[in-house]
Design a protein around this ligand. Structure first.
Ligand SMILES: [Zn+2]
Length: 363
């Protein structure tokens, strides 16, 4: 380890604290339903499992956001779980068969002004970098970036990857109502491509008043429908607005199995063909379906049949295990992969951790 990095880590160690949180629902203790505990063995061979979808938060950063008049992100409060002990977190990972958790923080700062956003990002990234360096055998992390300021986000990503040990960044499915495919975000995508960063897209609550109104009521539709819909819209724009053509080297991983897109992508192939007059900006270079095979997806699709179908659409080498910890959406992530029909042992090893380890350079 370089001396400047050791010094940096010493300076920030313990400065901000880290707690583990979940996304979009009241936190509960994960159900101990997994039959496959750590270590995970496939065909007699010990394999390293990686969870790419694991939440945390930095209380000091959240306090800063809540106090700031420029930030209307009061909704972050319920997401913060105070007092989760590291030993409990490690025990939960062991019970779920997870060797390495790749931590990320839901971006609740997209409406903050520049100075505040910069402070929040610095606090969060320093806390996560310090924590991961101290527990490198069990944790890695995606950096946070202030994507509402694409030039700043590009700088934060570069610093995070070059000096703080991050593997990429987590971003929302939109940025304060703006699509990720908007040209204003090109500087960020260009930097991510040049750095080889993995960009994990995790949906946030929709900012569309009309859509939010329709998703109210029983059934937490804002989450169960709104989240996968947000991811579906984000990926579709990246395809049809030409972002993936402009930056073909991007490494994008979509949460929750890519939302609805891999389940109904063939309609996207037929839209501009059937009604070319409605695709005035032109077609992407490839058929829309082909872009799905260039992206990565977590395995949070709930049933073996859903995971089988996702693999059939995008390829086994494009799916990586996720848990959404600490929320118990998934209680047995390893079993989910092992129980999916049609996978070879090599496929299972790749999904459980091999692909993520290579992608995120977890050695
Ligand atoms: Zn999540």
């Amino acid at each position: 380890m370089r001396a400047d990095r050791r010094r940096f880590l010493k300076d920030v160690a313990g400065a901000a604290g880290l707690v583990f949180v979940g996304c979009g629902a009241a936190a509960q203790t994960p159900r101990p339903a997994s039959r496959t505990h750590r270590p995970v063995v496939v065909k007699g061979r010990r394999i390293k499992t990686v969870d790419v979808h694991a939440h945390c938060a930095v209380p000091k950063a959240n306090e800063l956001l809540r106090r700031a008049p420029a930030s209307p992100t009061g909704a972050i409060g319920p997401l913060v779980l105070e007092g989760e002990a590291l030993t409990a977190r490690l025990a939960a990972m062991d019970a779920q068969g997870v060797d390495v958790a790749v931590l990320s923080i839901n971006p609740t700062w997209y409406e903050a002004e520049r100075d505040l956003a910069a402070q929040v990002i610095a606090i969060q990234n320093e806390a996560m970098a310090s924590f991961c360096a101290a527990h490198a055998d069990r944790f890695a992390a995606f950096a946070t970036v202030a994507l509402q300021f694409p030039d700043l986000a590009a700088e934060q990503l570069e610093r995070g990857m070059k000096t703080m040990g991050f593997r990429g960044a987590m971003i929302g499915g939109s940025v304060a109502g703006q699509e990720l495919a908007d040209p204003r975000f090109h500087p960020f995508w260009a930097k991510a491509e040049s750095l080889g960063a993995v960009v994990f897209i995790h949906p946030q609550a929709s900012t569309s008043t009309e859509l939010n109104a329709r998703l109210k009521g029983n059934g937490m539709l804002g989450n169960v429908i709104g989240n996968p819909l947000e991811t579906t819209i984000a990926l579709s724009h990246l395809i049809f607005e030409g972002t993936l053509d402009r930056f073909p080297g991007l490494k994008i991983c979509a949460a929750h199995g890519g939302g609805y897109l891999p389940s109904y992508m063939s309609r996207s192939d037929h839209g501009c063909v059937t009604f070319p007059a409605q695709c005035t900006a032109g077609m992407p270079k490839l058929t829309p379906t082909a872009y799905l095979k260039r992206l990565y997806y977590d395995s949070i699709v709930f049933t073996p049949e859903a995971l089988r179908h996702l693999v059939a659409e995008v390829g086994a080498d494009r799916v990586v295990m996720g848990t959404d910890y600490p929320y118990p959406w998934v209680d047995a992530p390893v079993d989910h992969v092992l129980d999916t029909p049609g996978l070879s042992d090599a496929d299972r090893e790749a999904i459980l951790g091999g692909t993520a380890a290579t992608l995120l350079k977890l050695t």
